[in-house]
Design a protein around this ligand. Structure first.
Ligand SMILES: [Zn+2]
Length: 352
């Protein structure tokens, strides 16, 4: 089959062996797969990401110097079930999504990220653990179903914030992660959602997805906008969704005493903060990662039932041969938010 292979820090379209479903696995055809910022990171800074994953104490058998196929935000059609799939919740023909992991006899393997074994969705076909595939409900189309994974990240970040009635929120950065946070805040009827991004197009998407005030930090510092909107006396939760050095330090300096800061943007550099600032203001800083299976499943439900509309986020689609170009374009926040790969088509990005 055809796949987009990450090889020597480049993306090349080439043929790879057809995946063969093993015990308990489903063979699926990829219908749509989102390109994630972490994929861009992995291609460029793979070695550093591995180093930091190991430093965090997470076991890893992945070698970015060998070929791998990324893509962990997928919606797929089940083609066939392998052996030992009795009782699987899906059958051939079903449109499904799944957490990007495989349950194997030796443990949990990542799929489409951090794996040389399980290819991801930048390919025509994949194998998934049938028992944890989730059938896409309610006639939801593959494009929106593929947004389950990134939206689950926002769902989890907001859950970790443990919001109380009367809390106000400030979202720094309106890339896919910030937008997922905004969508979840809106779903929970949070009254004040101030969102900040330098990009006019991303600010427009933020407004469409539920931000109650969108601001350009070049003309008004985000914290000033929050004060203007709220009067500055209400409890504040800041979501840091930018992930570049200095942002967390800035957020800690800006935050009023007793504020909470949820760090959801992934900064790959060494960064600095001033702990005394956090101490003097008794800030609560929470780092968050990914989601749990229940959050993932319920995120699919919220999209399928229309509680969250992900349509404004999906700004382009391309074929496998368009993925390398899409990676290049995603570096510019003016052009795209989320590009989906549809292996069934060919060609460069079509704007939506
Ligand atoms: Zn992702």
């Amino acid at each position: 089959m055809l796949a987009v292979i990450a090889r020597d820090k480049q993306l090349v379209v080439d043929t790879v062996d057809d995946p063969v479903p093993g015990s308990g696995e489903a063979l699926v055809a990829v219908t749509a797969c989102g390109i994630c910022g972490s994929d861009l990171h992995m291609l460029r800074y793979g070695d550093r990401m591995i180093e930091q994953t190991l430093e965090a104490g997470m076991p890893l058998l992945f070698d970015p110097k060998r070929d791998y196929v990324m893509g962990h935000e997928f919606a797929c059609e089940v083609l066939e079930l392998g052996p030992d799939c009795d009782g699987a919740p899906v059958r051939p023909g079903d449109l499904v999504t799944s957490l990007p992991v495989a349950l194997t006899s030796t443990g949990i393997e990542p799929v489409g990220a951090y794996s040389n074994v399980y290819n991801g969705g930048y390919a025509e076909r994949m194998r998934l653990t049938a028992a944890i595939c989730m059938k896409v409900p309610n006639g939801l189309d593959a494009r929106r179903a593929a947004l389950t994974e990134p939206m689950a990240v926002g769902r989890h970040a907001v859950g970790k914030a443990d919001l109380a009635a009367g809390d106000t929120t400030l979202v720094l950065g309106c890339g896919p992660v910030g937008l997922a946070v905004i969508a979840e805040l809106r779903r929970r009827n949070v009254e004040t959602i101030v969102a900040s991004d330098f990009s006019p197009s991303r600010r427009a998407v933020a407004a469409a997805m539920g931000a109650t005030e969108v601001i350009d930090p070049a003309t008004e510092p985000a914290i000033d906008a929050w004060r203007r909107v709220t009067g500055g006396m209400k409890p504040l939760v800041i979501f840091e969704a930018i992930g570049v050095p200095g942002m967390l330090d800035r957020a800690m300096k800006d935050a009023p005493a007793q504020s909470r800061i949820v760090v959801v943007g992934v900064c790959m550099e060494t960064d600095h903060v001033h702990p005394s600032v956090g101490i003097m203001k008794e800030l609560h800083v929470q780092f968050v990662l990914a989601y749990d299976p229940f959050e993932f499943a319920d995120t699919l439900r919220t999209i399928a039932e229309g509680e969250i509309d992900v349509t404004p986020m999906v700004t382009g689609v391309c074929g496998l041969d368009g993925v390398a170009g899409a990676f290049a374009v995603l570096g510019d926040p003016e052009q795209h938010v989320k590009i989906l790969v549809e292996p069934g088509r060919s060609g460069p990005i079509e704007n939506l």
